[in-house]
Design a protein around this ligand. Sequence first.
Ligand code: PRX
Length: 660
Amino acid sequence: MTETIASLLQEGRTFYPPEELVKNSNVKKFMEKHGIENYEELLEKAKDTEWFWNEMVKEVGIEWYSPPKKVLEWEPPFVKWFIGGKYNIAHDALDKQAKLRKNKVAYIWEGEPGDVRKLTYGELSREVNRFANVLKEMGVKKGDRVTIWLPMIPELPIAMLACAKIGAIHSVVFSGFSEKALLDRILDAEAKILITADGFYRAGKTIELKNRADSILGSAPSVEKVIVYERCGVSTNMEDGRDYWWHEVLKGIPHSCETEQLDANDILFILYTSGTTGKPKGVIHAHGGYAVGVASTLKMIFDLKEDDIWWCSADIGWITGHSYIVYGPLILGATSIMYEGAPTYPAPDRWWDIIEKYGVTVFYTAPTAIRMFMRLGEDYPQKHDLSSLRLLGTVGEPINPEAWLWYYKYIGNEKCQIMDTWWQTETGMQLISPLPITPLKPGSATKPFPGIEADVFDSEGNSLYKKNAGGFLVITKPWPAMLRGLWRAEERYISTYWSTYKDIYFTGDAARIDEDGYFWIQGRLDDVLNVSGHRIGNSEVESALVSHPMVSEAAVVGKPHEVKGEAIVAFVVVKSHVKPDEKLKKELTEHVAKEIGKIARPDEIYFVSDLPKTRSGKIMRRVCRAVMLGKDPGDISTLANPEAVEVVKKAAETGEICYG
Ligand code: PRX
């Protein structure tokens, strides 16, 4: 295998899109319609923001209750799109589809044990209406927050869409997060309702949800009612007047529900994401612009057509699932796959089995998953007929050329264009990505989507466009699915994204743009880790460790990892009376899992007597990381305790407890 990949991997090789793909692509048709000759001309013409996004509105068939008077109002750092438009995303995702595509399947869902459910647009719309009526009966009103802690089951999109329909704001919490993380998000959003399940199936096990939620609900006074979907038959205590079974509250509920006619700029959802402090940020997205952004990127980048079978393997608990499992595909009236469980259960070919079984045509996943499958070997995909695939995609982290080529060869059979899409929870939609007409360079997300203006700046704010020099990735003009702020944290919104350069969106990523104008994303600049494509704040893990009664200080840093991208390494100082040992390491690992979730568990823990600090007492993660990686820590003379550097170094080298 390595040999074939090596021969494919020639430095600087460009992969041209298959002619068939280009000829029939949605983007090509769009260009023909407007007399646009080539890619460069498309990018140039799309700089006319009003024109381009108005055209995208038509392309994806957005239906307003009353049309907007203006496309964009930009008063940095606040943006409004489609001003004056009356709208609800649920209309395009559901109401319209229930008429146009009543009997077309919206979701083919497969549970981990192998159970299958297919929901047509007609059925989905009916279920959403019923659930929206339940929420209304429970007193949920426009603008109220509803926290949803559900696994990958159809009830998750149903609950989200029901909120949208009545103008409530959903806040989905990833089902892999801990109950403590759930509590933090409920408290921040002041959610009135919690929607959860008894549990779900993952890697052959039952993971409980409701029983765990019970342990924090006493601390969440805003939650008036809890609706519980029965997925696994786990018994749970149902508190009278607070807890309701999903199937019971739906009894006798009418199938129709008026969709609330909102302002295009009303809030659709909050989604929490990690930042540089211990407290996650509540990223806000609004109905109108978000709808246009997600549907147009999906149509133009992933080229979705009426008969495609689309599979985005992300979890709906992340932005990728919000945008490209729920809203984007439904607005386009697509058929999507949804899978509940672990990718390798019961065997490492589960995903390839799903692709073959349902004839998936367009597949979107994460580099970390590709690297994992690459390690397991190509025998697994080769056992299956994957010839239905015509287009592939990745998201979440830079894809290394080896993984890119493996994906290209063994999953795409050397005939599928790979869309390496760069974007963020904050951007809501894909911003830098190839189109079906774009020549590819493995490892590069290629160029900004039409209408998007991205650049790389040096620290003075000079453009490094086509200079092939590393700098800060920025977006210089607003885009429709741009975040509208952080939930009740305006200052943080301004300081995180708008303070580095005036009126320019700061992404927090390092990148370079090569001589051909191709973007190469290099990773995060701030103290945020990217573990298996998940954003985890170093300080979140540190706060979790320090909340353990035996810990006094912690420094958490990332270390390159073959499959995960980055592994989490923690240097921990315990309290003076504590004797650190292996047992405590295990306990701390489990403690982090309880505080945040299993995804944030440190891969390595080192006990040290001291951590390098500045004179003002700030722990120097940068120094810890450098010595852990055997690199020069740089100038340490300004540290309050330069001797701590040796302690950290010895601990990382020997794995010994460097204490006392
Ligand atoms: O560092 C970039 C990385 O993921 C970050 C965004 O994480 P999150 O908000 O969780 O959203 C992930 C899914 C959209 C970015 O700041 N990232 C995302 N896509 C890519 C990427 N890095 C390199 N290449 C990508 N294609």
